[in-house]
Design a binder for this molecule. Structure first.
Ligand code: GLC
Length: 525
């Protein structure tokens, strides 16, 4: 039996505002992505995930949607979208869209109707409740971004509406079958256009018990969105899966199930009848440390294996500081010190060889750090501007963003953009960009790395060591998270297939040691 494409794919996340701009307004657009598909094809990724490009007032930069079936003019048009999809498919690249089922914008016509009167036709499409005595919010849930209640009182009808995120992002009431039907129609609209799947935003939050019980006091300070784990959601996911499976071509959904407990997260795979994939966010909140990662590898296998679930791996995305930034800051070490790049290179080896579907975030292939965003340029209510800085395409002053006289990009560039840009790194075979490309090529050519079993190996404490096996194809991976050299003896001679720190002129024999911050992919000689 052949495995579905999304098991062996490498998915590349595009944050469209910051990828590439063609109309000179300082904000990226769909045509920008289309013009840069050659970079992605050259790199060798299999699929793209676009963060939201729908019509939006941009209170949360597109995660507040006022029309699920229209492209925001800032990004282009539906024609531009169709053109991008066709060109990506022509290159053999799949395309998945961000689908935001938990909430809409407060400007969405559904909410405009809902808030207009208690007996409005769409009143029940959102979650409205009376305040408690003394004007207190209906429950103790805490919103994301700011430690505020998840409720905003609306004087028009003297009731409060629920929003797990900003007040501009009212939560939909999926308990109402009309909402479920309308959101299924949104999926169909894009599936009919030919998209290959969806990344489902905070999808664990969609099912809500109508009693909306308080969070327990011991966790009551945490945002409710990281706690919400409601059995009703599983029924909704099964019906979404049925819809996806009714289309030809293995359409898929990867869920953003932001629960920092892998066993709970794993339940969202159902019995193979809910999400196809679910993000595993523990590594995003972990230090670069071998013991921690060995634990993640082992626990991920344990949590998913009995369900037949397939793991995912992610180091960076548009919501957290980039991993090169996170892995810096050791005492007296500036963020741009050589070791932070060495760690980012070793982490790339881990991300692209561990068993599961890897998700890259635009710019990590360049080894980007977060931008330093001065207070007068901060725009995100969630403090995430640094990792959303524009991608530098070239060494010149504008780094590929418009012509002299055009608008400045909406955020400052990341540090080192004069050298850390696509053109400069493409011209340098020793760059981290070429390392990513080599890893992707080796992965593509190896059944063991794409789909094989994984077994942890004994190694010195600071070294993560594992073996991937599919029939005769065997790859051994050694990742040294320390600044010292370590010996790792293997059974029999091995050949280096990829080294994180070298230009592989001639792949050499494995010498029995793994250098400081080095990662190696090996094959039996
Ligand atoms: C998800 C998105 C994040 C967004 C939030 C609300 O966590 O990744 O960017 O702000 O949902 O939609």
């Amino acid at each position: 039996m052949t495995e579905p494409w999304w098991k062996s794919a490498v998915v590349y996340q595009i944050y469209p505002r910051s990828f590439a701009d063609t109309d000179g307004d300082g904000v990226g657009d769909l045509e920008g992505i289309r013009h840069r598909l050659d970079h992605l094809a050259w790199l060798g990724v299999d699929a793209l995930w676009l963060s939201p490009v729908y019509r939006s007032p941009m209170a949360d930069f597109g995660y507040d949607i006022s029309d699920f079936c229209a492209i925001d003019p800032l990004f282009g048009s539906l024609d531009d979208f169709d053109h991008l999809l066709a060109d990506a498919h022509a290159l053999g690249i799949k395309l998945i869209l961000d689908w935001v089922p938990n909430h809409t914008s407060d400007q969405h016509p559904w909410f405009v109707d809902s808030r207009s009167a208690r007996d409005a036709p769409k009143r029940d499409w959102y979650v409205w409740r009376d305040r408690l005595p003394g004007g207190k919010p209906p429950n103790n849930w805490v919103a994301s971004f700011a430690p505020e209640p998840t409720w905003t009182h609306d004087p028009t009808t003297d009731q409060s509406y629920l929003h797990l995120f900003l007040p501009e992002q009212p939560d939909l009431n999926w308990g109402n079958p009309e909402v479920e039907a309308a959101m299924h129609d949104v999926l169909r609209f894009w599936l009919d256009r030919g998209v290959d799947g969806f990344r489902a935003d905070v999808v664990h939050c969609i099912g809500k018990d109508a009693t909306l019980p308080d969070d327990p006091p011991e966790v009551a300070g945490l945002p409710h969105s990281v706690l919400h784990d409601e059995p009703l959601t599983h029924d909704l996911l099964r019906r979404i899966r049925t819809l996806l499976d009714s289309y030809p071509g293995e359409r898929m959904m990867v869920g953003e199930v932001y629960l920092l407990d892998i066993d709970r997260m794993a339940t969202y795979y159902g019995d193979g009848d809910e999400l196809n994939l679910s993000f595993n966010f523990l590594p995003v909140h972990s230090p670069w440390d071998a013991a921690t990662w060995r634990d993640h590898l082992a626990r991920t296998e344990q949590a998913l294996a009995h369900r037949g679930g397939w793991p995912t791996w992610v180091l960076s995305n548009h919501d957290v500081p980039r991993h090169r930034t996170r892995y810096s800051g050791w005492p007296n070490e500036p963020a741009d010190a050589p070791r932070t790049e060495a760690r980012a290179r070793a982490a790339a080896v881990l991300l692209l060889t561990a068993r599961g579907t890897p998700f890259l975030y635009q710019g990590e292939e360049l080894g980007l750090l977060d931008a330093d965003v001065p207070p007068d340029r901060v725009v995100d209510p969630g403090g995430r501007d640094g990792c959303r800085a524009p991608i530098p395409w070239s060494a010149d002053e504008r780094h590929g963003w418009g012509a002299p006289g055009d608008a400045e990009p909406w955020l400052p560039f990341p540090p080192e953009a004069e050298t850390r840009n696509v053109a400069t790194e493409r011209a340098d075979p020793s760059s981290i960009l070429h390392l990513y490309r080599r890893l992707l090529a080796v992965r593509r050519g190896s059944e063991a790395l794409r789909l094989g079993d994984e077994a942890l190996l004994d190694a010195p404490a600071p070294v993560i060591a594992f073996r991937r096996t599919a029939g005769d194809d065997v790859c051994t991976v050694l990742i040294n998270t320390s600044g010292e050299t370590h010996e790792v003896s293997l059974d029999g001679p091995h050949q280096v297939v990829v080294s994180s720190d070298a230009v592989p002129a001639e792949p050499g024999a494995y010498t029995g040691v793994v250098g400081p911050d080095q990662a190696l992919v090996l094959r039996p000689a």
